[in-house]
Design a protein around this ligand. Sequence first.
Ligand SMILES: O=P(O)(O)OC[C@H]1O[C@](O)(CO)[C@@H](O)[C@@H]1O
Length: 602
Amino acid sequence: MASSISGIHDLNPQKLSGKAGIQTAALTQRQFLSFPRKQQQQAKVVFVAGENDVVLQLEKDPGRLWSRYVEWLYQNKEVGLYLDVSRVGFSESFVGEMEGLFEKAFEDMENLEKGAISNPDEGRMVGHYWLRNSNLAPKPILTQQIDDALHSILAFANHVVSGSIMSPSGGRFTQILSVGIGGSALGPQFVAQALAPDNPPLKISFIDNTDPAGIDHQIAQLGRELASTLVIVISKSGGTPETRNGLLEVQKAFRDAGLVFAKQGVAITQENSLLDNTARIEGWLARFPMFDWVGGRTSEMSAVGLLPAALQGIDIREMLAGAAVMDEATRTTEVRNNPAALLALSWYWASNGVGSKDMVVLPYKDSLLLFSRYLQQLVMESLGKEFDLDGNRVNQGLTVYGNKGSTDQHAYIQQLREGVPNFFATFIEVLRDRPPGHDWELEPGVTCGDYLFGMLHGTRSALYNNDRESITVTIEEVTPRSVGAMIALYERAVGLYASLVNINAYHQPGVEAGKKAAAEVLALQKRVLTVLNEASCKEPVEPLTLDEIADRCHAPEDIEMIYKIIAHIAANDRALIAEGHCGSPRSIKVYIGECNVDALYD
Ligand SMILES: O=P(O)(O)OC[C@H]1O[C@](O)(CO)[C@@H](O)[C@@H]1O
């Protein structure tokens, strides 16, 4: 565990043998004190072995740091990606200690790719890697399904973009409205922002919540173009409430505008799900499959991500190719040569394998803004688990947040540099500033992009000089290939890390608790309305206190929730009337203006 340098003053001169690596030296107090003062200040105690021994990091020495940079730098020429972990302070001995765990992680990954039930709780295979190389799928039928799906995605997108599939009004489709949440939204949102051309054949917008005002806003923005909007409803399960609500709201907007939704609706979901059956029975324009063995958060290279991308004119074959190259590169069992393993190693080191530090993701490129949000689900839904695979309570996880640089330098980087040292950073650097031929010098010898570059490296150094570790992922350009590769890189890193800490990365039992509680709130609301309706239909009307409502609902323990339900309904111009002061709940008496609410709420 890292501690401050002031913690070594009582150490006796005694050398640790075999612990010194290039960046890490075993020293005695005397040896340490013989270093120049500046170096003493910069050094960090990273390991205290007993009360007499101490291992210090000396990586602030520029020569050693450069050696470390060169020694650990990973490059993938095929996708133009570099990974620098030199600013993470793991020692050689730590890498050695991790060997056994990595052997196991590589074995787990190999089995996963061969079709093992790697998601034991749900009894599922985990096959997102097959999506970019269908020959790896463990059964020919799966290879066939992947190839067929890709073929139909490309064909449909071509037809829509070329105008051979037209909107019912006779013109081309001009807009996509994507309805989905979580893994059924975050990948498409990230990729759209990263890769869609300035004037795509179809522009995309998203409904990714059950917020009525947010939905209204998206529909209002489409305006008359609703008639030329392709609505893609994405849900693996086909039963997610937020997505269902989004669909119902959009269908109502179509009815109000005199349009026939089915002629513009596309479903991406598992075969025979509620959504699939609805789309089939209602005769929607098209349906595309989501496979049981692809999880929502790793579904960007399935129809979920590929269809919207292709419709925006993004080269999806290149995305797949970039991911396939990275998949291959991350199959090697040599940690130093495997960028996903290097990430997992760095995460493990930085967070002590228990998520003790947060991962701050800072892409220095506006188009990659949503990468941190995308990674938030990929990492946190995968790694944030209460129990390990042996049933021990471990409360694992790795917190991810961040937006973009240099914007964030003017927001929270003050705290990162000087405040609580509870994080490590990941810089995403893009070498190409602009398409060729557009650059100019806004002051002699300096472009706008040089500033962005300077800001990134300045922040990286400033953090490091204050003992804040960082990883830097560099890509040459933001292209379908490099974006595909980055997605694949992080998918694999998460999978390997999950094995290192012995958890199931592919289920999400914790999400169910929130969904169940939400369903209970809605069930309670129905009971409250029934009770109020009965009282309000009496002659004369019988206004009820909160206690009386809770009592008649047989739910005295839920009185606070009943108060919130009533306050919410009353705030929304519904038939319910609450008299008294909302600030003093006991004063409230409630009744319903008209006693015909049964029909409305049953
Ligand atoms: O695609 P679906 O089934 O609508 O699920 C959406 C999201 O909801 C979650 O299941 C969490 O509730 C995510 O894992 C998933 O990506």
